[in-house]
Design a protein around this ligand. Structure first.
Ligand code: NDP
Length: 297
């Protein structure tokens, strides 16, 4: 079997096109643009690239964006003060702090300080809680991108056995939550799975991954999932992004697994582009919520 390739780049482009149209309508209605501010602390080269890519994506969709650059010696208190100013600025609808932060900064305090109504990464306890209860304000970008990808490729997860490998707060845990809900971002067929979550302490991991109809992998280890860990005909979504020399590879060994799976995401060109598309969506939704009913916010 040679797997169907799930083209995340094409799907992300379609979503970005839809968002551009909605942004135009928003601008006509409110005479302003949605605005995202990304806070970047220090000089980490990968973070610089990620933030720049987000800025370009915003510009292409008609979303205003700004990068607030702070030195690597910024203290937690200084960063909190910068966030307070952004929280209070009504022209800013979405705020994200690019991770990782330098070790001297208390990342938990910083992320908790972003106004949940402007928390377009959806990392705040309030937004995580709302998502877990099935009444999300925003969905975290990468897990939401996975759900969009599956549904737009006409892969229903309802009633299926989904195995998530990885339990980070950013990817693994929210994916578990989304797959488990009664209703998904794209309807009930985009939810209602039977979900198992694996991590570094899981015993006999391959026995569990081989049960999966849909295998979602986010562990940060290059080419780690091999064909022998995958049920023939399974759908495999590779969320990992790892640098191997001058190449980017996923957590799944694409060459071997694509011979067993029925469908698979490539890296690059799979989930990555969807993450940015969902950030644009959250920024637009944040702006709509803040301008439509400011008194309730
Ligand atoms: P983390 O390092 O925060 O989490 C990794 C998870 O994988 C942990 O839960 C860990 O278990 C688990 N794990 C590690 N090794 C094993 C193993 N051998 N067997 C089973 N489980 C294991 O990573 P992230 O979730 O932040 O990111 C995961 C990957 O996704 C990375 O490659 C990252 O670059 C990529 N990523 C891609 C994005 C995109 O836009 N496509 C966005 C965000 C991340 P334990 O909890 O026990 O330590």
């Amino acid at each position: 079997m040679t797997a169907r390739i799930l083209d995340g780049k094409a799907i992300a482009n379609a979503i970005r096109q839809e968002i551009s149209v909605e942004v135009s309508t928003f601008r006509e209605k409110f005479s302003t643009s949605p605005k995202l501010v990304a806070v970047l602390v220090g000089e980490d080269p990968a973070s610089q690239v990620y933030v720049r890519n987000k800025e370009i994506a915003c510009q292409k969709s008609g979303i205003e964006s700004d990068i607030r650059r702070l030195s690597a010696t910024t203290t937690t208190e200084e960063l909190l003060a910068a966030l307070d100013a952004l929280n209070a600025d009504s022209s800013v609808h979405g705020i994200l702090v690019q991770l990782p932060l330098p070790d001297i900064i208390d990342a938990r305090r910083v992320l908790d300080r972003i106004d949940p109504k402007k928390d377009v990464d959806a990392f705040s306890p309030e937004n995580v809680g709302l998502m877990f209860q099935g009444r999300p304000r925003f969905l975290p970008c990468t897990p939401h991108g996975v759900m969009q990808l599956l549904d737009r490729c006409e892969i229903a997860i309802q009633g299926k056995e989904v195995v998530v490998v990885g339990r980070s707060d950013i990817v693994g845990k929210p994916l578990v939550s989304l797959c488990l809900q009664k209703n998904g971002p794209r309807g009930p067929s985009n939810a209602n799975a039977t979900v198992t979550c694996c991590h570094s302490q899981t015993h006999e991991l391959a026995q569990i991954t081989r049960r999966a109809d849909i295998l979602l992998v986010a562990i940060g280890k290059p080419n780690w999932v091999t064909a022998s860990m995958v049920k023939p005909g399974a759908v495999v979504v590779d969320i990992g992004i790892n640098r191997l020399g001058d190449r980017l590879v996923g957590d799944v060994d694409f060459d071997s697994v694509s011979q067993v799976a029925s469908a698979i995401t490539p890296v690059p060109g799979g989930v990555g582009p969807l993450t940015i598309a969902m950030l644009l969506e959250n920024t637009l939704r944040a702006a709509e919520q803040q301008l439509s009913s400011p008194s309730k916010l």
